[in-house]
Design a protein around this ligand. Sequence first.
Ligand code: AOF
Ligand code: ZN
Length: 362
Amino acid sequence: RVRCGMVEDESVDDGFYIRRCVELARRSIGLTSPNPLVGCVIVKDGKIVGEGFHPKAGQPHAEVFALRDAGNSAENATAYVSLEPCNHYGRTPPCTEALIKAKVKKVVGGMVDPNPIVASKGVARLRDAGIVVTVGVKEELCKRLSEAWIHQMLTGKPFVTLRYSLSVNGHFLDQLGEGVTEAGGYYSKLLQEYDAIILSGSLSEKFSSPTSQEPGANQPLRIVVANNPGQFPSLTTEASKTIVFADKEIAAEADLARKGIEAVVLDQINLIPILEHCRCQGLCSILLDMRGSIRDLEELVRETIEQNVLQKIVVEVLPYWDESDGAESLVVLNGLVKRLELKNLRSEISNRSLVVEGYLQN
Ligand code: AOF
Ligand code: ZN
């Protein structure tokens, strides 16, 4: 279907309203898994008459909230949605039917829904009902919004991000200093995006219980990889749950069962069974956090790269020259791979650090 009479100004506005959808969707970062983040605005005569976002799996979709907010004004209006409206009965009824019933005249979507049950069927249903539909406005932005969900939808596997901090002289830093999880800080914001975080078991109590300080934030499940029977940092707290992965020897020696520690015992600590466990638990996004000695998680990092299960790397460069005892550089991973090139780079600079993030695939 051709968009008749489209003037340049209108497409500029389309971008503006989809950006607003993304802004709204981000209000529930980390809270919608296994569902995506989605925002919706209803626009009539150049004015926003309704707004909504998907708050949580099981609750109504973004379109439903926006239509409720708009009331009768939705008639003949344009609905902007960061994701193609769904056309299936899942935990909730189809959004296409809600849009048709509300008599919107046009729908602008950020991206096609990669969920095979939807995959352009939402667009087709709306067009059949005589609604003008455009999809792919600010597509990159919308894809970034739910990158982990999209990856998991397309591959059936969790999205894995590796993060670490470096000093300016290239030494690996495990202690990020006081206030590391302060609200608004990069680490606090990063944490809330993930369903689970993998940490080394040799971390001290102080560094093993990272919590996001964002208001109402999601606190990822902590997965502790036990390297030594004597080291069990703080476990499940009110804010977040912890499970320990240990090999048989360590599990027996540390007497995990008697201590009431939830543990998964593996013949050998490998990444693949850990990720498989996450997949079975419905965990869609995993942050592999290289705090502690780099050697503790070295094998896991090696595996994520060698087995091609790593999607993203986030590096924080801290303003220290560090030559302290035991300072290690990332050369321990030497000989690991050919050259990896990160794509779609982004950076964030504050007075405390420089954060660079990039992807292994486009
Ligand atoms: C939309 N708007 O806000 C969301 C959509 O089980 P359900 O009913 O929540 O359906 C989940 C699927 O619906 C999810 O996998 C994705 O394809 C789509 N999510 N669609 O139109 C929304 N959250
Ligand atoms: Zn829907």
